[in-house]
Design a protein around this ligand. Sequence first.
Ligand SMILES: [Mg+2]
Length: 225
Amino acid sequence: MITTPPTAILFDLDNTLFNRVAAFLGVAGDFYAEFLASSASVGREEAVALMVEWDDDGYSNRAEMRDAWLGQWPEAGLDLDAFNSWYRRTMDRRSGPDASVNDFLAELNRAGMPWGIVTNGSRNQRTKFRTTGLSELTSTVIISEEQGYAKPDPRIYRDALTALGLTSPEGVLFVGDNPVTDINGARAFGMRTAWVTRGKQFPAELHPPDHVIERVTDLRGLLGL
Ligand SMILES: [Mg+2]
């Protein structure tokens, strides 16, 4: 348990509050079933592995990902516009609520703990904010594309504090899965950090996080909830 409880908590979205890995695997499987299975030009496992590689957990350049995808499988018969709208629609459908996460966040609200979300990504993150049900739990969501700068730019953490009505990072806990943008960036800004491992090892060359948890709901133990 943390000796002094945090004054507020900021969360990353993808693979912290939202299981993007699972959602993307769903999207890749749907693409195979809808566009590739009938032509049998590639096996399901091989196709899904390629899509996961191009996506790189959402960190790859989106235009390059789409080019690779459409260039590899012309038999899908999709042009860029058709692919984009299919992808958005399917990702939205795969981005449903995670009851265990939302229950935990509702507990934070009942305990009077201020919290918000800071995510690197496009305006589409706002749709995900709704489909996951997170929009019913907080109104504080900071999206890099809307701000014009991304984690680990200190301005985005400052904006998040301002949105919570805070002026100092002291005592604020940042929770995320990315060692650079979530942990190092928030630490450099003066926040305490909790790293969501999702089964990975923290890079030895970086300053370690204050807390290590496997999934976000493990914070209950740290917070004494
Ligand atoms: Mg993340």
